[in-house]
Design a protein around this ligand. Structure first.
Ligand code: NIG
Ligand code: FE
Length: 407
């Protein structure tokens, strides 16, 4: 008889994931049993405890009055950085545009300087601290981008840090190479794109810690043609495309994502219905980042046009020095209050749909027999409490592979 690792029972509500129609499926009075890190059974408490008695489990969690949801999946973060840009916050509040700060050598370029100066150990410590905070807020799988090195040596050091921090951390980390995050100070853009294509991408692919290649396709940063070149080169080296698309201007980057069958197109503040349909037809997951719009004071993206086109709308924190939040719960709250998403859709966006944005369609972000037992016990009687009770951490207990990793 395999060892019964954990039983969670008595939950007011236990969220499983999307049903066949794509609606959120949940059990009332829910319970879940874990064997060898995976969900062995999920259902109603009375049925489940008959087969998996809680007293036989190494860990027995009474979730009465609480809610169990799949661990959050955060599919877009720049969680590895150094330095502090809190002074830019006040500038932004006084009305200085993000792109102006960047054009003056601030923003991303300031973080690049700080990352280049940081030691390898500091980079690992910084990322570990961010992952700790994400985990405490219920994130069990997260994507982490490079993009604050902007030269081969530092981009590879960032990949080293991602690999080292991830090896010792409960959060499952998915690496993305983002050498084309900005044009380094004093460099000609075409010349830098040549370097990314000829040098950085082959080196990053060789390194092994990145699975995706991303580009900041934006007016004044990388054009559609340059982005295409970079993402095609990435694909040739085995890195799946992702793209920062239609964030400040509508350039055609969503259409490019569709053309290239990218895993995701992210931001999309200025995408229109045609873009949404192109993404849906090409199976590209739209990733919306309400925290970014919130922190920039921009209008929110419109989730409805993507949902209407039939795309699974995903949510992410976009954790970075310009959007400093590790909390997927907060992203869910903003998606509801700012983008008028239904709580059920926002929760799917932060779990199962987010998993599609990082090509984890193996049950990540769901709780069904056979999936990893990555889950959050939420302090509240329904999943609606995640966005309803905003501004607090509603993750009471976090389990990764069936073991308590934060509480
Ligand atoms: O996704 N838009 C580009 N990149 C980040 C911002 C990174 C930064 O400001 O350091 C984003 O919002
Ligand atoms: Fe980003």
């Amino acid at each position: 008889m395999p060892e019964l690792q954990t039983v969670v029972h008595g939950a007011s509500e236990l969220v499983v994931g999307p049903d066949d129609e794509g609606s959120l499926q949940a059990y009332e009075d829910g319970a879940l049993a874990v064997v060898d890190g995976d969900v062995a059974a999920v259902g109603r408490t009375s049925d489940l405890l008959a087969e998996y008695p809680a007293e036989n489990a190494d860990t027995d969690i009474d979730a009465s009055g609480q809610t169990v949801i799949p661990g959050f999946v955060d599919p877009h973060t720049h969680a590895l950085f150094a330095g502090d840009r809190s002074d830019e916050f006040a500038q932004k509040l006084r009305g200085k545009p993000y792109q102006e700060i960047l054009a003056e050598g601030g923003g991303i370029l300031r973080t690049v300087e700080a990352v280049r100066e940081a030691s390898d150990d500091e980079l690992v410590a910084n990322l570990t601290a961010q992952l700790d905070a994400m985990l405490a807020h219920g994130t069990t799988t997260a994507e982490v981008k490079t993009g604050y090195g902007l030269d081969t040596e530092t981009e590879l050091r960032m990949l080293d840090a991602v690999e080292t921090a991830a090896a010792d951390h409960p959060v499952d980390v998915v690496g993305t190479f983002l050498g084309a995050h900005a044009v380094p100070d004093g460099r000609d853009t075409e010349d830098y794109v040549d370097e990314v294509v000829a040098e950085q991408i082959p080196a990053a692919a060789d390194h092994g810690a990145a699975e995706f290649c991303d580009v900041f396709c934006e007016e004044g940063v990388f054009t559609i043609e340059q982005s295409r070149r970079i993402l095609e080169a990435g694909r040739e080296h085995g890195l799946t495309p992702k793209i920062h698309a239609e964030e400040f201007t509508r350039l055609g980057s969503a259409q490019l994502a569709a053309d290239l069958n990218a895993a995701s197109a992210d931001h999309l503040l200025h995408a229109n219905r045609e873009d949404a349909e192109a993404l849906a037809d090409a199976d590209v997951t739209p990733v919306l980042l309400p925290g970014t719009a919130f922190s920039l004071g921009e209008d929110y993206a419109d989730p409805e046009q993507f949902a209407a086109a039939g795309a699974p709308v995903a949510l992410a924190t976009d954790l970075n020095p310009n959007c400093y939040s590790q909390s997927m719960g907060f992203a869910v709250a903003l998606a509801c209050n700012g983008m008028r998403m239904a709580p059920a859709d926002a929760l799917l966006g932060a779990t199962a749909h987010a998993a599609t944005a990082i090509d984890r369609e193996d049950g990540t972000g769901t709780l069904r027999e056979g999936t990893a037992a990555d889950l959050v016990v939420v302090d509240g009687p329904s999943y609606v409490h995640v966005p309803y009770n905003f501004g607090v951490n509603s993750a009471e207990t976090v389990l990764k592979d069936g073991s308590v990793v934060a509480s």
